[in-house]
Design a protein around this ligand. Structure first.
Ligand SMILES: CC(C)(COP(=O)(O)OP(=O)(O)OC[C@H]1O[C@@H](n2cnc3c(N)ncnc32)[C@H](O)[C@@H]1OP(=O)(O)O)[C@@H](O)C(=O)NCCC(=O)NCCS
Length: 231
């Protein structure tokens, strides 16, 4: 019997979170920057008042996670500022070896400029986009062999309770149009479509006046899964 629990992400989870990311987001730009890059990236979500990160564990080993922030500007600024030289080396190495990075580098030019500015310019006195009551959900993933069992639904409910306790009133995200599984997941978990870009759809979810949804109990799925109340 596998026991599933839901907890805030800690430093001990990061290596597994990187592994889950690699399994869930193959051929994504961020993934192509390599494991070390991902390790630094996900470590940013720990102990920051503008970041929220939770994991689902099966028998104490992470099998899924969600991360989000109420200040993407602070998140990326601090990520690049604190790790500029390490990330630059990893980025340049990937640029010479990874096809995905080579083909997508031009569409990422804004991020590269942000990275350079973060290192060499002073932070604005009153940064636009500083922490708000609106959260951007940046990543959700579950290991392939654990999907379809309601783990993400429960993980999201746990995440919502956490962010609401942190003063968040609304959440937003973008999802690639060519990811029907994730789109279906968001539609089934209370998100509403709120526009579209060339390649992605935007979804929002209002958390006001609403208790975080109580996940549906499933009798199916591996009988092997037993849920514990979240911690
Ligand atoms: C999207 C993802 C997180 C869903 O995780 P999951 O644990 O399988 O989802 P759940 O089992 O909790 O399903 C919740 C709901 O989403 C729907 N859903 C999940 N997978 C689905 C699929 N393959 N097809 C259709 N609907 C699906 C389910 O119908 C379910 O609703 P129900 O309870 O009414 O049946 C998972 O597929 C994943 O990790 N994908 C790769 C990473 C990714 O694309 N993340 C999103 C980036 S924006």
């Amino acid at each position: 019997m596998v026991t599933i629990t839901y907890k805030k992400m800690t430093a001990d989870d990061i290596a597994e979170v990187v592994r889950i990311h690699k399994a869930a987001f193959k051929n994504y730009f961020l993934t192509s920057l390599g494991e070390k890059f991902l390790y630094i990236y996900y470590s940013q979500y720990l102990s920051k008042d503008y970041c929220f990160a939770v994991v689902a564990r099966a028998d104490n080993k992470p099998v899924g996670f969600i991360v989000g922030t109420n200040s993407t500007q602070k998140l990326y600024r601090n990520l690049y500022k604190d790790n500029f030289f390490k990330l630059s080396v990893l980025f340049l190495r990937a640029l010479f070896t990874e096809k995905v990075v080579q083909t997508k580098v031009f569409s990422r030019y804004r991020q590269i400029i942000t990275a350079i500015k973060s290192r060499f310019s002073r932070p604005p006195a009153n940064p636009e986009g500083s922490a708000t009551t609106e959260l951007r959900l940046l990543s959700i993933a579950v290991l392939p062999q654990f999907r379809g069992n309601g783990i993400s639904r429960e993980l999201l409910a746990f995440f919502e309770r956490n962010v609401k306790a942190g003063g968040i009133k609304k959440m937003g995200l973008s999802v690639l149009k060519n990811n029907p599984r994730a789109i279906c997941f968001y539609q089934k978990t209370g998100w509403k479509e709120d526009g579209a870009g060339d390649e992605s759809l935007l979804f929002v979810k209002d958390l006001r006046d609403r208790a975080a949804p109580i996940p549906k109990k499933r009798s199916g799925g591996p009988e092997a899964l037993e849920r514990l109340s979240t911690v």
